[in-house]
Write a protein that binds this ligand. Sequence first.
Ligand code: ZN
Length: 186
Amino acid sequence: MGYLRKFEYKIMQKDSYKIIRNCSGCGCKATYINTNKFRVNANGKYLDVWLIYHCEKCKYTYNLSIYERIKVTDISKIEYEKFLMNDLQFALDYGKDKQLFLKNKADIDWASIDYYIVGDDMNFKKGDYIAIYNPQQLKIRTDRLLANILHIPRSKVKLLERDGTIEIMYNCFEGKIEILIKEEFI
Ligand SMILES: [Zn+2]
């Protein structure tokens, strides 16, 4: 694959995941959000740690299990302190950790995911190669993403792909989208 210039972009998740679940408080399905607080339960030499979510409307809580009955000595003192102090960055990191939600069988609200793009704002031309990395494998609309980066309407993304002006390659395994600009477009 030949190209003249190469540009790289990275998609980053803005906020914690939201969860959709039945809320006992509301009596229907509701959206749960990260309270950015932890609950720590020390029982002898064992420890449980949860990240606390709550219903957006009625504040009914739902705890996501981070650690279950681990030995106090299994985590570092720094980590333990961060849980106790409700360290905000730490809570956000857990709120964006997809594995935590999978482990808890919590339904992520994929429609509400907000992201930002890291990379230079560019005017592209023939011969450019663009790689967009999606390290967290967020489910996002490709046409919206490309419209954003290429500065064109969403409808035009499809047209350009169809007439061969741009070639889009999806590498799902690496969470990467590659675009080759094969003809000038404005
Ligand atoms: Zn509720």
